[in-house]
Design a protein around this ligand. Structure first.
Ligand code: PEP
Ligand code: MG
Length: 831
């Protein structure tokens, strides 16, 4: 039998670390062929069916490896592996955060609080009691009696099974990122070399504990020798598994290592394993301070998924001595703070007020229907992957579920979910929806979403192969089971079911036939069930061009822009080597989208869009311009999308769409998006920018307060930058005009809507004015950089002229309301 050789150059920026190695191992495990992986740089070779062995090859970015496949199904295995390495072995982006982001806010520069800079591995602000997570050096449990070999095996097997169960249960309930890490741990646990090494060590060890500890030390030596910090960090994952096994086998020893939190806490640790993190009471845990800069560590990824601020590189021993004290973690600015003085107290109190206002705004926005500034409706729904996701989606303001990717229920397990399990999941989503629309997509297996228990099909190009509805005739029982579960669930609310990867009307006719048959089965068995409406994904260009042929057969359409883009532009959506061709701004895509929506509307069919395009804020004006009925996107983006939508003018968006469809390429489209005006035109004067009684105590507070007000009013997204621009001008010369008045000003790109804002200060502040008088009236001019220079000068000079008159100054100080202030300025500045 011939051997097959594959050459692979590692393009993963962090090398072949645990998660990609886990994916790779899973592919290799599907075949009985033996697969050997050799790293040419260091000559290390390993069995590719073991994650640990793969990690031991220390495969780093740009290393070239030879893979030899031999044995019974070597040809198939080589095909799959080649395809996987070329197209699917992808990297999670862990590098997005973690810059050294220490920025001392202007307002804190005079504070005497103790400030400890760190590296923000996740942003956010939190405060709590500083609690040390002081894990003693792992040591053997004391008083261990020598164990019989049989007893050791029994204990070990039972602990392995128990841990596997625990991790699997956690995995089922976990969010996507957490699940991925737990999956990596699960595969380490069932790894052949892990188990083989452990068995080998057992024969020389008096107790199981000795063997596990030795294994832990061996791996520690091996991983710490790697040149890649990323691989070094995997040592923590293995230590985590070893410690969990020990804890299961020797429960009394485990007790010492669990930390109970009783109040809002910030945990300071040298390092924390993923399971230690998951064991902490999330109700009380507010933030993490870690000594080691492990921004790619699985613990940090978990904390990020939980939305928790994390600072790493916290070495200062004064922190350790401060256990029990209150600590404030400002991971937005990149530091934590002890012993807050009045200045810090005040700074964070003001900051908190702004955040609360923003939360209220987003909360109001999220619960309102999606609608543009000029009243065009666009329903904002959520994409989900499990029943628990639905509850969160509705709490976050989803107006429906636009896509439930049911294949997620079928992945990462040994058997498909049965009818009952599926029924429970679908019914739970419909119950959570309480009458709101729910679109459940039948399983879309294949392409980049294989499942282990279906026979592996060697396909040269799986994206063009047996995926979506094309797989159903080969897995008819599976499809029929899902249809029965859906028919039964439909009793719990209005249900829309959607078929993926449909190319031709015959596929819908066939599916309808099966639905009718399964309905009859339920009818005969007297099982409660109900009808659902049926739609299709529009993700194959041919179907997209033939919408009228589908209209008599379907009730609705949803555009799968991820696949539509990959098939239209002939570019693999997951291949980083061709990522630059995957252009959501390509005019051809928008021409097609425009045509699709028009056709669906002409036939009176509902049409939504559920690909990633929906959550790219750059394209929201074009999506609104299309006239879609719905956008379905990730839950965390719902509130923000509704807020952005409410500022757009649909008429202008339609014009912009027409314009970009005439562009020659993506660059031109993006340029038009940057310059085209799609926001509802806003007057420079608005009541929300007038603060009649500002309790700000110094110049820094006034500038921050006024910039925050503009941010809340949606006139800038980059408050810190705007503040800095204003400060640069103040540092060149003070804008204090005298007579108690200051006119700070800036003309900048970070202002999206120009504004004149006013703050009347209850306590006059020093502004460095020429006449030495404190300032109690601040008139701030912030202009968009695109706005003509003349406009800037015109307003500025009029304002300066009017300021000469005592009467005008008095009117500004005494106007009874924000509306009166706006009217006064409008009249006096002839705006
Ligand atoms: C799509 O293709 O846009 C889509 C939503 O489906 P998936 O990403 O699951 O293929
Ligand atoms: Mg798709």
């Amino acid at each position: 039998m011939p051997n097959y050789k594959i050459e692979y150059r590692c393009l993963l920026p962090h090398g072949l670390h645990a998660r990609p190695a886990t994916q790779l191992e899973a592919v290799c495990q599907r075949f009985s062929a033996s697969i050997e992986w050799c790293n040419r740089r260091n000559g290390r070779c390993a069995n590719a069916k073991s994650v640990l062995a793969l990690l031991s090859t220390d495969t780093l970015h740009h290393d070239v490896c030879d893979i030899v496949v031999s044995g019974h199904d070597a040809q198939c295995a080589a095909h799959s592996l080649r395809h996987f390495l070329r197209y699917e072995l992808n990297e999670q982006d862990d590098s997005a955060v973690g810059q050294n982001s220490f920025v001392m806010p202007r307002n804190l520069r005079t504070s005497h609080s103790l400030i400890f800079p760190g590296l923000a591995a996740n942003t956010g602000f939190a405060r709590g009691q500083l609690v040390l997570f002081d894990v003693p050096e792992p040591s053997l449990p004391v008083d261990l009696a020598v164990e019989e070999a049989n007893e050791q095996q029994r204990l070990l097997q039972s602990a392995l099974a128990q841990l596997q169960q625990q991790l699997t249960a956690q995995h089922r309930q976990a969010s996507a990122q957490t699940a991925q890490i737990l999956r990596a741990h699960l595969s380490l646990l069932s790894d052949i070399t892990f188990q083989q090494k452990l068995s080998a060590l057992l024969s020389d060890s008096p107790t199981l504990a000795h063997a596990i500890m030795q294994l832990q030390r061996d791996y520690q030596t091996q991983f710490m020798a790697s040149d890649s910090p990323y691989l070094q960090e995997r040592e923590l994952d293995l230590r985590d598994l070893c410690q969990q096994l020990l804890a299961l086998i020797y429960p009394t020893w485990a007790k010492a290592k669990t930390l109970q939190l009783h109040t809002a806490s910030v945990v300071l640790a040298d390092e924390l394993t993923p399971s230690q993190f998951l064991s902490l009471d999330r109700q009380h845990l507010q933030a993490l301070l870690l000594t080691h800069a492990a921004r790619t560590s699985h613990t940090v990824i978990l904390a990020r998924a939980a939305g928790m601020p994390v600072l790493t590189g916290m070495y200062d021993s004064r922190l350790t001595q401060a256990a029990g004290q209150m600590v404030w973690v400002d991971a937005n600015a990149g530091f934590c703070l002890l012993q807050p003085d009045a200045i810090a107290e005040r700074y964070y109190a003001l900051d908190e007020q702004i955040k609360q206002k923003r939360l209220q705004q987003l909360q109001i926005c999220s619960q309102a229907p999606g609608v543009s500034a000029d009243g065009q409706r666009l329903e904002i729904a959520a994409n989900i992957a499990s029943a628990p996701d639905a509850l969160l989606a509705f709490q976050s303001g989803a107006e429906g579920i636009g896509l439930f990717r049911t294949e997620m229920l079928f992945m990462d397990r040994e058997q498909p979910p049965d009818e009952e399990e599926q029924f429970q999941a679908y019914a739970a989503v419909l119950t959570a929806a309480a009458g709101k629309p729910v679109i459940i997509r039948t399983f879309d297996i294949g392409g980049d979403k294989p499942v282990a228990y279906l026979p592996a099909i060697a396909e040269t190009n799986p994206y063009l192969g047996l995926r979506g509805i094309r797989l159903y005739p080969y897995q008819e029982t599976l499809f029929r089971t899902q249809l029965r579960a859906l028919l039964r669930a439909a009793v719990h609310g209005p249900l829309k079911v959607m078929l993926p990867m449909v190319l031709q009307p015959e596929e819908v006719i066939w599916a309808r036939q099966l639905i009718a048959e399964e309905q009859a089965v339920l009818q005969t068995a007297d099982i409660p069930h109900a009808q659902f409406s049926l739609g299709i994904m529009l993700e194959i260009p041919a179907a997209a061009l033939q919408i009228s042929a589908f209209c008599p057969l379907v009730d609705f359409f949803s555009i799968g822009s991820n696949d539509l883009t990959q098939y239209l532009l002939a570019v693999d959506r997951n291949n980083p080597q061709v990522a630059r061709y995957y252009q959501s701004a390509h005019p051809a895509l928008w021409i097609l989208l425009q045509q699709m929506v028009l056709q669906a509307q002409q036939h009176g069919r509902w049409i939504g869009l559920c690909g990633e395009l929906a959550s790219d804020r750059r394209f929201l004006p074009l999506l609104l311009g299309l006239g879609l009925d719905e956008l379905s996107l990730a839950t965390p983006q719902i509130a923000e999308t509704k807020a952005l939508l409410s500022q757009l003018n649909a008429g202008q968006c339609r014009e912009l769409l027409t314009k970009i469809c005439e562009c020659a390429n993506s660059e031109q489209v993006l340029a038009s998006l940057n310059t085209g005006s799609v926001a509802e035109v806003r007057s420079m004067l608005s009541e929300e920018c007038m603060t009649l009684q500002a309790d700000w105590r110094n110049k820094a507070e006034v500038l921050k307060g006024m910039v925050d007000t503009l941010w809340l009013a949606g006139r800038t997204q980059q408050a810190l930058q705007l503040e800095e621009t204003l400060w640069q001008r103040e540092e060149a010369y003070s804008t204090g005009l005298g007579h108690g008045i200051a006119i700070p000003h800036a003309k900048t790109d970070v202002i999206e809507h120009s504004a004149i804002s006013i703050a009347r200060l209850t306590h006059p502040v020093d502004w460095g004015s020429l006449d030495g008088q404190p300032v109690d009236l601040v008139i701030m001019l912030t202009l968009n950089a695109q706005q003509g220079a003349d406009e800037h000068l015109r307003i500025f000079s009029r304002l300066a002229r009017r300021m000469m008159y005592d009467e005008f100054r008095q009117q500004l100080r005494q106007a009874p309301t924000a509306a009166a202030l706006c009217a006064l300025l409008q009249q006096e500045l002839e705006m």
